[in-house]
Design a protein around this ligand. Structure first.
Ligand code: SF4
Ligand code: SF4
Length: 94
């Protein structure tokens, strides 16, 4: 079934909420290695900074600095879709 999309949601009016979620790498060979760390179980994940945001986020523009190389899990988040709305629901300041 097609994902239901909320057309009122747009990245340009969002403080990159989905970029504060843990992102596990699933064979994403193009992600630059300096953004990758191991989690407690030894799996490769994107490094998150102390405030929770992904280390690959461009903090000035609140957009992805490795957009063309971003992991599959990031590609799967559809603007206005279920994961996007769930991420936004967990953040108070956007
Ligand atoms: S996909 Fe959703 S949560 Fe992520 S930046 Fe865009 S609007 Fe925000
Ligand atoms: S890789 Fe890019 S899209 Fe994925 S969480 Fe980090 S900044 Fe966001």
């Amino acid at each position: 079934m097609d994902e239901v999309i909320d057309p009122s949601v747009h990245c340009e009016q969002c403080r990159a909420c989905c970029c504060r979620k843990e992102v596990m790498l699933l064979g994403d060979a193009r992600v630059p290695s300096h953004f990758i760390v191991l989690d407690a179980w030894g799996a490769e994940v994107l490094e998150r900074l102390d405030d929770g945001w992904c280390s690959a986020l461009d903090r000035q523009r609140l957009c992805c600095s490795i957009y063309s190389m971003r992991p599959q899990l990031c590609r799967d988040v559809r603007m206005g879709g279920a994961e996007c709305l769930a991420a936004r629901a967990g953040i108070d300041d956007d």
